[in-house]
Write a protein that binds this ligand. Sequence first.
Ligand SMILES: [Zn+2]
Ligand SMILES: [Zn+2]
Length: 396
Amino acid sequence: MSKKPEKRDYYEVLGLNRNATPDDIKKAFRSLAKKYHPDLHPNDKEAEEKFKEINEANDVLSNPSKKERYDQFGFAGIDPTHGIDFSNAAGEGFGFDDIFGDIFGMFGGNRGGRRARQVRRRGTDMEMDLKLTFEEAVFGTKKDIQVKRRVPCDNCNGSGAEPGTKPEKCPTCNGRGQVARTQRTPFGLMQQITTCSACEGRGEIIKKKCSKCKGTRVITDIDKIHVPIPPGFPDEGVVVPIEGKGNMEENGSTPGDLYLNVTVDTNPIFRRDGKHLLRDLVVDYFQLLMGDDVSVATLDGTQVKVKIPPGTKPGSDLRVEGHGVPIFRDGKGKRGDLFLTIVCDVPKLKDLSQDERKTIEMLAKKRLDKVHERLNAQEEEIQGQQAQKQPSLDDE
Ligand SMILES: [Zn+2]
Ligand SMILES: [Zn+2]
C-alpha cells in the first residue's frame, strides 16, 4: 500500500526561513529554478520532481494571500483536500494523534475529495456538532465527545442469529443471494439476475433471531472519542474528519467516517482576526493628548503594560506584540498580536472638579482662536471644492 510521501515545507523547499521577505523568496526561487530546470537535466526524474516542488512553493509563497493562509494553517490552508490520501483504499485507519497531523482540512464545510473505497457495505458517515469556547479555540484544549454509532452486535458477533444457532442457507436462492428470472421479450428469452428478496442478497436466513439486536446484526454503541484541539484552531466553521468513527454495519467491513462541524463561541470583549486578537480600549481624552502608561487585560487572564503615545487618535490601533492567537500547528509557541482600538471617553463638564474646570476653561480660551482659524480654512476649502462640483440643473 503506497502512501504519498510527506510534503516538504515550502520554506524548506526554497531554503528559506519563515521571516523571508518577498525579495528573498523571488531570489531563492529564481536561482533554484535555474539549477533544476528540466532543460538542463533531460530524463532526470529527480530534478523534474524538484523543479515541480520549487514551482509549487513559489506559487504559494509569492502570493500574499496564499502565503498568509499557508503561514497560519500550513498545507491545509491552501489545499482543502491536503493530506487526504486517495491511494490508501484498504483503510488502515489513523491513530487519534494523527487526526490533526495530516488529515486536517476541509474548510467551510467542503466535503470534496472524500476517499473512495472498494470495500463492500462500507458503513455510513456521521456528522456531529462540536462547540468550542473562544478561549478553547485560541489556546487549544482536549475534548472528550460521545458518539452514538452503529456497530456489529457483540452478542451474536454480527450474525443476527442467537448464540448457539447459526444463520441457515437461504432456500430461495440456495445461498447465492441472487435469483435468475427468465422473461419472454420481443427479442426472445432474456434472463434477468436480481437480488434475492427472501434473504436480501445475503444468501442466508436467520431462524432464531439474536435477543440483543433482534436479528438486525447491529447495536447502537456509545463510543468516547478524544479530540485534541490544537492552539490557534480556526474559528471560521471547520469540518474535521475523523476516520473510522462513523457507523459500522458488518464485522470486518470498513466503518464510515465521523465529521465534526466545529464552531467557536464569541467573547464579549475580544474579537479574533485569524492569528490576531482585537479589543477596544476606552481611555480619557487627556491620556490621548498627553500620552500615558496603562495596564491592559489580555485574553490570557493577565495584564500587560501599554504605552499610549502623546497625540494618539481615537479609532487608531495600538499593537501589543505576541499577545494574540498562537500560530496554528506552529509548535514553537509563536503568537499573533493583540490590537487595542482606541475609544476616547470625553467627560461631562459637570463631572470635572471646580479646579479642573477652571483650568480647562482657561486652556480653551487660549486655544480656541487657533482652532477656529484652522477649522475655517479647512471648511472653506471643502466648500470651494464642492461648489465646483455642483451638477448643472439648467434646461437646455
Ligand atoms: Zn445480535
Ligand atoms: Zn436468498
